[in-house]
Design a binder for this molecule. Sequence first.
Ligand code: IYR
Length: 224
Amino acid sequence: MDSPQPIPLGFERYPEDEMLRRADAHFKALATRRSVRHFSSDPIPIEVLRSCILTAASAPSGAHKQPWHFVLVTDPKIKREIRLAAEVEERENYAGRMNQQWIEDLEPLGTDHDKPFLEEAPSLIVIFREAWGEDDQAQRRQHYYTQESVGIAAGMLLSALHLAGLATLTHTPSPMGFLSTLLKQPERRKAFLLIPVGYPTKDCHVPDLRRKGLELVLTERSGP
Ligand code: IYR
């Protein structure tokens, strides 16, 4: 098959001081992101969410197959169904599917099986990973590196939402099979991440977490 002719790359180089300024500004902006579990019921502008989803969908992917699908839920009835189904799974997780070490590791977060944020947040974005694609004749098409591709898209979505001024939670009510059923998605779409989105409540508190410094997360091998 003929490949289309490559096109010129639009790319701007910045002076080094400008590069550092931009990099530091981006770090400062994103470092204030926290996982939020207490959402105000205030409505949020849906066109902002659509724009952030476009950002996520601009992620790189294996063989450019774009193996993701996003479901944006604002219907209170569906949010309630999702909450109830998630709590069924989480009740089992906390009652024994997670081991003692896991339960202890979660203590600083103060989580339990109760998931009111799934109803309180004005929107839920569910990211699906497309394990395989489908062509016009409904034939299976291979996808590649779907976990990596969708993971990158999810990170880009969280960044975009934060920079747009919205709070998020990365929620994985495991197992997440119920999301395909409730949201009527085909078998090739596997629920990957459930992201409540909204504004935090005025008195929202978050755990006092510390992040690893550069010396712990970076090894430099710069040669002789
Ligand atoms: N999915 C459960 C448990 C949980 C697991 C991890 I790892 C977390 O970082 C947080 C929670 C829940 O949502 O409560």
